[in-house]
Unconditional design. Structure first.
Length: 158
């Protein structure tokens, strides 16, 4: 398909702009990669130097370090002490020791109240069973009501 000369010129100029943009982008990417490599080698060289000697710190750095050290709280000399203190704190919050001791001591009254509660619950269950008619084949209360409704309607139509 033939393209008119002015349109062809525009297409060619766009292609040239695209190629130049790609070249510029590639050079920018290469420069950025070089900067990153230079930074990483610089950082590696800093790491290779190792820690400073105590005599190399300035007075200002010593003061800042002392202030920072003074701000730390807790006073635990090692992690074992910290772990033990944390354990004791959590255990203290778990159970009320006085209540536990009382529950171990008090025996007869608690047993009697528990027996009384169990008997009342058993009686309530038996009363509920006695209220339901024995001839019903209902699964639950709603089903029983529905069956009764069906029986009433069946009687009306007879």
């Amino acid at each position: 398909m033939a393209v008119s000369p002015p349109l062809q010129n525009r297409l060619d100029s766009f292609r040239e702009k695209k190629k130049s943009a790609i070249r510029e982008n590639d050079t920018a990417v290469q420069q950025e990669l070089k900067k990153q490599r230079d930074r990483s080698t610089y950082n590696e060289s800093l790491e290779e130097e190792g820690p400073k000697d105590d005599r190399e710190y300035t007075l200002q750095e010593w003061k800042e370090w002392a202030q920072k050290k003074g701000r730390t709280k807790g006073g635990y000399k090692n992690l074992d002490e910290l772990a033990h203190a944390t354990y004791e704190k959590e255990i203290a919050g778990l159970a009320d020791k006085e209540k536990y001791a009382k529950s171990k001591e008090g025996g007869q009254e608690d047993i009697e109240s528990m027996v009384q509660g169990l008997q009342e619950a058993s009686e309530r269950r038996l009363k509920k069973r006695r209220k339901e008619p024995m001839e019903s084949n209902s699964v639950n209360e709603k089903n029983r009501q529905f069956n009764m409704k069906l029986e009433r309607e069946a009687k009306e139509h007879r």
